[in-house]
Unconditional design. Structure first.
Length: 78
């Protein structure tokens, strides 16, 4: 490509900086996601102590599933 060793070193340094910056961003997002999932699990575990809450969750999930299946059916007819 006709680059000098100094130019290659500069490009490699810039590339490394870009990669490290993006890795840091991805790590921060992962940490936030892990925290959100932990909080969700804690909430769900607390709900599982109450049988009425479990029934409510199952009923809600069943309704969502039914709506989704109806949409699929309607989309298939179009």
């Amino acid at each position: 490509m006709g680059l000098t060793p100094d130019q290659i070193d500069t490009i490699m340094t810039m590339n490394s900086a870009d990669i490290n910056r993006e890795k840091a961003k991805a790590g921060q997002q992962t940490d936030k996601e892990v925290q959100r999932l932990r909080e969700s699990c804690i909430t769900l575990l607390e709900l599982l102590d109450d049988p009425k809450a479990v029934r409510g969750i199952l009923l809600y999930a069943s309704r969502l599933y039914s709506r989704q299946e109806r949409r699929k059916s309607q989309e298939g007819q179009q």
